[in-house]
Ligand binder design. Sequence first.
Ligand SMILES: NC(=O)c1ccc[n+]([C@@H]2O[C@H](COP(=O)([O-])OP(=O)(O)OC[C@H]3O[C@@H](n4cnc5c(N)ncnc54)[C@H](OP(=O)(O)O)[C@@H]3O)[C@@H](O)[C@H]2O)c1
Length: 190
Amino acid sequence: MAHVSIIGTGNMGQAIASVVSKGGNTVELFGSADKAQRITGEIVVLAVPYPAVAQVIAERGDQLAGKIVVDITNPLNFETFDSLVVPADGSAAAEVAAALPQSRVLKAFNTNFAATLASGAVGEAPTTVSIAGDDADAKALLAGVVSAGGLRAVDAGSLSRARELEALGFLQLTLAVGEKISWTGGFALV
Ligand SMILES: NC(=O)c1ccc[n+]([C@@H]2O[C@H](COP(=O)([O-])OP(=O)(O)OC[C@H]3O[C@@H](n4cnc5c(N)ncnc54)[C@H](OP(=O)(O)O)[C@@H]3O)[C@@H](O)[C@H]2O)c1
């Protein structure tokens, strides 16, 4: 059994918590008012907006040492909706990994709209969570939690692939905001 801590109680925090519980794993959720509460999970999901990640790391970096840290952000410029705010050859996940050298950092969930985590489907296809990271055991543990929760998980390669996952998340958001696809849809893997 895995124990998962989720920082952020919004759409994604709650949707991921449901997946974890559905699979028989345990979960604890932290809102922005729970800063004094210590993290106890071996997997910690940062389910907060990209600009809040640096703050969470500043507040809880010591507690994240030795843990699997999952970055789910789509680091968009929400003013222009026309670019990512991370370097073109980098990613938000690479920044998290650089800030947390004692954690095993994964990129996951950023290409899944919250509704598809709840429904388990994107159109006719099962919802697939793409997981990128440099530690095979960490990826396997998260994949196990995802698949126990009724979704598919795929190993998307090294943490360097976070750059492509973030580009894909950006494009998917662009399509949804432009009403070309619905928030219950998105890219599927078949
Ligand atoms: N929604 C989606 O379908 C989707 C899909 C893929 C990826 N994402 C990514 O998932 C992340 C979360 O998105 P969301 O849709 O769940 O956003 P949301 O519904 O707005 O929730 C964000 C949560 O983060 C919390 N938060 C903000 N700063 C915090 C801090 N310093 N410490 C602890 N909690 C903090 C907020 O708490 P308060 O309300 O108390 O401030 C809120 O509960 C974002 O990075 C987004 O890019 C979202």
